[in-house]
Design a protein around this ligand. Structure first.
Ligand code: H79
Length: 430
């Protein structure tokens, strides 16, 4: 099993504190929205070219139709920042399809030169991020490129002919030197500060090739964070599997990339939306275990953000912005020995935040032996009565009384201030 033999460290305070970011998957695949010539894809929609075996010459023609009249970068970034409570954005500058969503001199297959709209989408986003003081990161598919003859192609689920499409006959180094590196240079020099490069699917890249990408980035923007998927365990932080959440707290910097339904790019037929409560619980669990949650939207070809996504993120954002102290800047804590359906904890120095998911008369935190100074409802500072006492079995229990007007509520946060730096959980015994 490949394991990190080091604690991943981005050295970037903003990344450690951010906790919640917005992934944006947008490219030509949005035009197909999961269906090509009457055939619907059964997989993630941004893979449609690969999954349905659409020839390059056919797929390229999509660019002629790309005219996102409803895309408003300013409104999107403002909403992500103020309403959704997200601290960074990662945008697909080039996905596996090979199409650049910015003006590239390296390849004419880009949103300015190959479409009727001639809009530099990345420039629009970068300007909006600057205006709203939002960190901007860029997804760049460094190994797979289904448009470039020397880019890798994955066909794990493909037919016989596709699987025979041999990546090893390709001159991958040529592609790396003549497309990837020049394009990385473009996105790192033309759009102001880029806080993160999100690489993906390194496939057969050698350690040297991963390192070449890193060296190039750091030579231009030394503080730019590099995702774990640059390959060969060389990234600045650990990226979990897509939509996979570590069961236990994980040391160092890490992030879970995740979807709201079952696709990254827009799919008109995917209505399998998670509900806001599930998303919020995931955010708190990830935060509690020390990671960041990078949550995706897939704009339609018109540029409109799917209404369902906006609705879910608005709801989650309400909690996040009202309980900001219990989320941003919190740190991984010790493992609480019991599984609770009604709460998850996050931690800061001298503070335990209890995120309450179910109506309760009181919060009973068994085997917690902290010296408590104060307890209060986070969003309005309302002080709460509490006791710390031994149980009949001899363990310690912290009990926080919930006042009448809050007893029917769910999804609120109680802050417990402690004398100790972190939580003091007793081991189970007896
Ligand atoms: O950008 C998003 C995905 O497109 C990308 N990572 C996230 C962030 C991603 N690349 N690869 N994968 C996800 C997993 C690919 C799985 C595959 Fe398949 C199984 C590729 C071929 C077989 C699923 C099934 C996709 C096509 C058929």
């Amino acid at each position: 099993m490949v394991k990190y033999d080091r604690v991943p460290d981005t050295k970037q305070k903003w990344f450690k504190e951010a906790k919640y970011g917005l992934f944006i998957h947008w490219g030509l695949y949005a035009l197909l929205a999961g269906e090509y010539k009457g055939v619907k894809t059964d997989h993630i929609s941004e893979w449609i070219m690969n999954s349905l075996g659409i020839p390059v010459g056919e797929y390229e023609k999509l660019a002629d139709e790309f005219n996102p009249v409803d895309f408003d970068a300013d409104a999107l970034v403002k909403m992500a920042k103020e309403k959704w409570g997200m601290k960074y954005i990662v945008f697909t500058s080039k996905h596996h399809e090979g199409f650049a969503m910015y003006k590239s001199e390296v390849s004419k297959y880009n949103v300015v030169d190959a479409t009727p709209c001639h809009r530099d989408i990345l420039k629009e986003l970068a300007d909006a991020c600057k205006k709203y003081d939002m960190r901007l990161g860029l997804y760049y598919s460094q190994a797979q490129d289904w448009h470039d003859p020397n880019g890798y192609v994955s066909h794990a689920n493909g037919d016989e002919a596709q699987r025979k499409d041999n990546n090893f006959k390709k001159d991958f180094q040529y592609y790396l030197d003549n497309k990837v590196k020049p394009q990385l240079k473009e996105i790192l020099t033309g759009y102001g500060e880029i806080s993160l490069i999100w690489f993906d699917t390194p496939m057969a890249m050698t350690k040297e090739q991963s390192q070449e990408c890193i060296d190039l980035i750091k030579s231009i923007q030394p503080n730019c964070v590099i995702s774990g998927r640059v390959g060969n365990q060389l990234g600045d932080y650990m990226t979990t599997g897509d939509n996979f959440l570590p069961r236990l707290p994980f040391e160092g910097d890490w992030e879970v990339p995740a979807t709201l339904n079952d696709t990254w790019g827009f799919n008109k037929d995917d209505e399998n939306w998670k509900n806001p409560e599930d998303i919020l619980k995931l955010l708190i669990k990830i935060t509690s275990r020390g990671g960041n949650y990078l949550l995706n939207i897939g704009p339609k070809a018109s540029g409109e953000i799917p209404e369902k996504s906006v609705g879910i993120l608005n709801e989650v954002g309400k909690y996040v912005t009202e309980n900001a102290d219990g989320i941003y800047g919190t740190v991984r804590g010790d493992i609480y020995p019991y599984e609770l359906s009604w709460a998850e904890f996050t931690y800061k120095k001298n503070k335990i935040f209890v995120h309450v998911f179910e109506p309760r008369k009181r919060l009973e935190i068994l085997n917690c032996a902290n010296h408590v100074k104060k307890a209060y409802i986070l969003k309005n500072d309302q002080e709460l009565d509490f006791v710390v006492e031994p149980t009949c079995e001899g363990d310690t229990i912290v009990t926080v009384e919930i006042p009448k007007e809050w007893r029917e509520e769910k999804y609120y946060c109680v802050c417990i201030e402690t004398e100790e730096d972190g939580p003091v959980f007793e081991p189970l015994r007896g």
